[in-house]
Design a protein around this ligand. Structure first.
Ligand SMILES: Nc1nc2c(ncn2[C@@H]2O[C@H](COP(=O)(O)OP(=O)(O)OP(=O)(O)O)[C@@H](O)[C@H]2O)c(=O)[nH]1
Ligand SMILES: [Mg+2]
Length: 228
């Protein structure tokens, strides 16, 4: 691997995309990045979606961990490739360009028990915009750690206003609470569903780079028929 801090800790399936591309050229891969302050629970959320459980112990993500989950939407098999990014500046600075390159959707995460993580969303959105991510790339907002009911600092209506102002859907959930697992799944499934509806997201300019695959995209949100 050319970059020593690009780690692959895929839990559910092989992430050898060059192999999967050869054997199944028709499988679309949706790259979804998960962004936000350190400690908000990005790793736990992505683990919950791809692995179906809450990790007992996590360490600060270094660079990126990417995980995949194969899903089926309206009869089409799709690979959701989730990029669990590092929240700490020192662990992410050399990777930022990779995060945003050819991204299909963005998940912004804050911690409902930590107001600073909500206030910092502005900075994360600025970073995203600064990397020429098209406004047609769907974005969602996730307030995590809702199980810590007595510690909530970010009121739902404040978060909702912010989400509306930035044209994002809001999910308030918990990676920890097993009763919320469907809600966590729906974050990623909703995005996959929207991306699937963007019929022009095709297999163009497939390139290989460091063993990974890049897909370029043309999008037309007006054609979206996503139920959410
Ligand atoms: N109570 C509760 N704790 C959570 C939840 N999600 C994550 N945590 C805890 O929050 C801490 C940080 O979780 P991570 O998923 O590692 O945070 P991160 O956003 O990936 O952090 P970086 O990798 O440094 O960017 C860990 O101690 C988790 O156990 C949740 O939904 N509820
Ligand atoms: Mg992490």
């Amino acid at each position: 691997c050319a970059n020593p801090i690009l780690r692959n800790t895929n839990f559910t399936s092989s992430v050898d995309l060059s192999t999967s591309l050869d054997s199944s050229v028709q499988t679309r891969i949706f790259k979804i990045i998960v962004i936000g302050d350190s400690n908000v629970g990005k790793t736990c959320l992505t683990f919950r979606f791809t692995g179906g459980s809450f990790p007992e112990k996590t360490e600060a993500t270094i660079g990126v961990d990417f995980r995949e989950k194969a899903v089926e939407i309206e009869g089409e098999k799709i690979k959701v490739q989730v990029w669990d990014t590092a929240g700490q500046e020192r662990f992410r600075k050399s990777m930022v360009e990779h995060y945003y390159r050819n991204v299909h959707a963005v998940v912004f995460v804050y911690d409902v028990t930590k107001m600073a993580s909500f206030q910092n969303l502005k900075t994360w959105i600025q970073e995203c915009n600064g990397h020429r991510v098209s406004p047609t790339v769907p974005r969602v907002l996730v307030g995590n750690k809702c199980d810590l009911v007595s510690h909530i600092q970010v009121p739902s209506n404040t978060a909702l206003k912010f989400a509306d102002a930035h044209n994002m859907l809001l999910f308030e959930t918990s990676a920890k609470d097993p009763k919320e697992s469907q809600n966590v799944d729906s974050i990623f499934m909703c995005l996959a569903c929207r991306l699937k509806a963007q019929k022009s997201l095709l297999y163009r300019d497939v390139e290989r780079e460091d063993g990974r695959v890049r897909l370029s995209q043309e999008t037309d949100v007006n054609k979206s028929n996503c139920p959410c």
